[in-house]
Design a binder for this molecule. Structure first.
Ligand code: HEC
Length: 155
């Protein structure tokens, strides 16, 4: 984690230097990343994170109806494509969570990074059609969400 953050810092520093050196761009613009939150946190959680996480959770799901118990784990290539979409969306959404205006305190990105690591693992597992690994992530995901919610007094 520490190494990851350090290398990101270096990349940002290099990128900023590049921008500042460009004659067509003022220093103010160079200093301000163009990120902007489009929705409030409640909407982000309900409509961006939760649906993506639900797709990953579905890999461990079963439903029971009058014909008995059905396993919802992915089987066909199409099933796996949906899991890839959920995992890719969850992983990329963690960048949107790290938009500076969204951070509630200094620990914010630590919680987001844990989610990002899990989403990366889910994405790789989905690409590889690896049911065992995606099930493991699915089991861990809940406590990763809950740890952040607990820290901010949400559950
Ligand atoms: C980095 C911290 C953080 C992480 C990680 C996080 N959340 Fe949240 N979550 C919040 C905050 C802050 C709120 C409160 C939003 C508000 O109501 O303003 C919230 C609220 C929610 C809500 C309630 C929204 C509502 O209707 O009030 C849901 C559902 C939710 N999160 C789902 C998830 C899921 C699913 C995950 C994991 C995949 C997750 N969250 C991970 C910070 C986090």
């Amino acid at each position: 984690m520490g190494r990851l953050r350090l290398s990101r810092g270096v990349i940002v520093a290099v990128a900023m230097t590049g921008l500042a050196a460009s004659p067509s761009m003022s220093e103010d613009v160079a200093a301000m990343p163009p990120f902007q939150p489009h929705v409030d946190m409640k909407t982000f959680m309900e409509h961006v994170l939760s649906p993506a996480a639900a797709i990953i959770w579905s890999t461990n799901g079963t439903i029971i109806d009058e014909k008995g118990e059905h396993d919802l784990s992915p089987k066909t290539d199409d099933d796996w494509e949906k899991i890839v979409s959920g995992a890719a969306t969850l992983a990329e959404a963690t960048n949107a969570l790290m938009i500076p205006q969204r951070a509630l305190d200094a620990q914010w990105n630590d919680y987001v990074n844990k989610l990002a690591a899990a989403a990366d693992k889910a994405y790789r597992a989905a690409e590889a059609h690896d049911l065992k690994s995606i099930s493991e992530v699915s089991d861990q995901l809940d406590s990763i969400c809950a740890a952040c919610h607990r820290h901010y007094g949400l559950e």
